[in-house]
Design a protein around this ligand. Structure first.
Ligand code: NDP
Length: 397
């Protein structure tokens, strides 16, 4: 029986993974080693009971008593805190889903790779912050990383059996998010609720807002560079509002292989779960005659500074990805808290990168986990300073 763990089980990707595991037979078909969550311990406990997990771990230490109560008599062990989540990744599982949101997903994913596991990677922040380290460790320990982001799963599938040297370009599709048709002058006043109204995909709160600002696409451009080891100038972004083509690969003979399907993350999660086979998946089938047409348009870089900034990050490489991601995470925290406006997120990230460059050298070939975590920490502090400076500038103090 195959053994699995799900990190970030209570989130959007975690729930979809759980759904597929249940449909495939649940505890009768898989041995569940570890399930982790953040604060939603009621749901975590429910999942752990159903799948008869060995251990359930919540990141929030204060929630441990509630998790313990919810799992009393179940035989499921409980633990809490970041180190307990990292330790859960040391437990032997054949297939590990990495679906914690943000840089918090890096350490458990890295630990799983160091045990040679197959890591289904939804947590794109891991590759953005630590791509070279992650890929090197996977190779060193004979581990496999299977992409779960729909774009990267599409590219992975389009490249199956192809020679990477024959790849000319990778075209990432972007829905454009909730605000894609708003006039530029209105964007600065967009609220959290407005940025959350995604037209096509049902996702977690943070990625939905990153989708509207295209910071999500910027992370994916870097993720593409790290995962497929192509040059930055080979990676293009195109807005495709219908989200039916999940991404494309262009080859040297001019052929373009596109991956199409309904916008449902169970496609790419299921592909990673069943790889290298394909199994039936409970996703809607496309009716092409009904769809009739698909549209594409080039993104406007003035509207989406993230798409410009990610090019600088790839140019610098080294620790720039960790700095970029951390600055983006803090800018998003401040937007969610109502402290800054929608378009201010781009300013804060750009300003943070400039501030950091005066503190340290971000270019490096040899980076350790400590370097990455240190850069992440410093970038968060500099981002907070940038937000304070922005507030002072606006109030004229
Ligand atoms: P959600 O916000 O829905 O879920 C995040 C999960 O991480 C939850 O289980 C949450 O716990 C847990 N969590 C939150 N903070 C921490 C922390 N500090 N330490 C440990 N666990 C934590 O996110 P999504 O499922 O949308 O996204 C997960 C990852 O997948 C992200 O990296 C995202 O970019 C990527 N992704 C998501 C897609 C989607 O469709 N949703 C598509 C492609 C990629 P709790 O809820 O219990 O607090």
């Amino acid at each position: 029986m195959r053994s699995i763990s799900i990190f970030g089980a209570t989130g959007s990707i975690g729930e979809s993974t759980y759904d597929l595991i249940l449909r495939a037979g649940g505890a009768e078909a898989f041995r569940t080693v570890a399930l982790t969550g953040g604060r939603n311990v009621a749901r975590l406990a429910e999942m752990a009971r159903t799948l008869r997990a060995d251990v359930a771990v919540c990141a929030d230490e204060q929630s441990l008593p509630a998790l313990r109560d919810a799992l009393a008599g179940s035989g499921v062990a409980v633990a809490a805190g970041d180190s307990a989540i990292a330790e859960a990744a040391d437990r032997p599982a054949d297939w590990v889903m990495s679906a914690i949101v943000g840089a918090a997903g890096l350490v458990p994913g890295l630990r799983a790779l160091r045990h040679g596991r197959t890591l289904a990677l939804a947590n794109k922040e891991s590759l953005v912050t630590a791509g070279p380290l992650l890929m090197a460790e996977a190779a060193r320990y004979g581990a496999r990383i299977l992409p779960v982001d729909s774009e990267h799963s599409a590219i992975f599938q389009a490249m199956a059996g192809e020679d990477i040297a024959a790849v000319e370009r990778i075209i990432l599709t972007a829905s454009g998010g909730a605000l894609r048709d708003w006039p530029m002058e209105k964007l600065a006043r967009a609220t959290v609720a407005e940025a959350l109204a995604h037209p096509n995909w049902a996702m977690g709160q943070r990625i939905t807002i990153d989708s509207a600002s295209m910071f999500n696409k910027a992370l994916e451009v870097i993720e593409t560079r790290e995962y497929f080891d192509v040059r930055p100038d080979q990676i293009e972004v195109i807005i495709h509002p219908e989200s039916l083509i999940h991404s494309m690969v262009g080859f040297r003979d001019g052929a373009i292989m596109a991956h199409m399907g309904a916008p449902d993350m169970r496609h790419s999660i299921g592909y990673a779960l069943n790889w290298p086979q394909r199994q039936d998946l409970p996703v809607a089938r496309l009716d092409l005659a009904k769809i009739a047409s698909m549209t594409f348009r080039a993104p406007d870089l003035a509207r989406y500074p993230a798409l410009r900034l990610c090019r600088d990050v790839m140019q610098t490489r080294g620790l720039a990805g960790a700095a970029f991601n951390a600055a983006k995470e803090r800018a998003l925290d401040h937007f969610l808290a109502g402290a800054i406006g929608f378009m201010d997120m781009g300013h804060v990230v750009e300003d943070t990168l400039a501030r950091l460059l005066s503190d340290m050298r971000l270019e490096t070939d040899a980076m350790t986990l400590e370097d990455i975590l240190g850069t992440d920490h410093l970038a968060r502090r500099r981002a907070d300073e940038s937000v304070q400076a922005l507030a002072k500038g606006k109030s004229g103090v």
